[in-house]
Write a protein that binds this ligand. Structure first.
Ligand SMILES: CCCCCCCCCCCC(=O)SCCNC(=O)CCNC(=O)[C@H](O)C(C)(C)COP(=O)(O)OP(=O)(O)OC[C@H]1O[C@@H](n2cnc3c(N)ncnc32)[C@H](O)[C@@H]1OP(=O)(O)O
Length: 201
């Protein structure tokens, strides 16, 4: 079953996701104190069980997005309802593309003190998907080429930009970049393929 929530997500859901994000960071940074860690694990298990008792059938919780189609609030990159999402903030979308901010944390570390390249790619992939949908060409990524120019820092707000470039039949071309303090750390070029049937969601 799909639950559609028009407008904003319930504050309870976004707050819970934010606290779980804090929890994940605390877990990653916790000192190695086995009894303390096991005690924390038992307390977390209790909370997990209480949430499981109210489990929904589907992970999809839809909100009206500020673009073509609808975007799940549980989206793992942008979704404020998903603790896994960094998430994105200050999202601005128009026909030319999308801009947003994202702040990674130590949870996302790949190289020392830098963001894991897979997370950088995930954000760029998401951004091109958003940009082409906003341009009126909702499509799925078929190919994503990422160039990592410099390490991407965590703990600071990063700017994400993506824009629709052109369309050739079902193929839609887009580019994106992520930058820190005006320095571009990674760029992407993508080929997306238009949905054939109705756009999911
Ligand atoms: C929603 C609103 C919310 C909008 C907001 C959305 C934000 C979320 C964004 C999430 C981004 C993602 O994670 S996207 C999810 C990750 N991507 C996927 O799961 C896609 C998996 N791949 C597929 O399902 C399929 O391969 C498709 C649908 C992409 C294409 O399959 P198809 O429909 O059978 O099309 P097909 O005939 O093979 O190809 C069509 C044309 O594209 C070309 N083509 C196909 N693959 C490639 C390729 N890798 N590189 C180059 N070109 C390619 C073909 O040569 C052909 O060109 P020609 O002969 O026409 O010239």
């Amino acid at each position: 079953m799909t639950t559609e929530v028009p407008g904003k997500l319930s504050p309870g859901r976004t707050t819970l996701a934010a606290r779980v994000r804090d929890l994940i960071e605390a877990v990653v940074l916790a000192e190695d104190d086995p009894p303390g860690l096991l005690d924390a694990a038992a307390r977390i298990e209790e909370v997990t069980e209480s949430l499981r008792a109210r489990r929904r059938e589907s992970p999809r919780l839809l909100v009206q997005a500020d673009t073509v189609g609808r975007l799940s609030a549980n989206n793992p990159v942008e979704g404020p309802g998903n603790p896994l999402a960094p998430p994105l903030s200050r999202i601005r979308v128009d026909v030319d593309g999308m801009r947003a901010e994202v702040t990674f944390t130590a949870v996302h570390e790949g190289p020392p003190e830098r963001v894991h390249g897979g997370w950088v790619a995930a954000v760029l992939d998401h951004a091109v998907g958003r940009a082409v949908a906003a341009a009126g060409h909702p499509a799925m990524t078929a190919s994503l080429t990422v160039d990592y120019h410099e390490g991407t820092p965590y703990g600071v707000p990063l700017e994400v930009e993506a824009r629709f470039a052109r369309r050739d039949g079902r193929k839609v071309y887009a580019i994106a970049n992520i930058s820190s303090g005006g320095t571009i750390t990674a760029t992407a070029s993508a080929i997306l393929v238009l949905f054939t049937g109705p756009v999911p969601g």
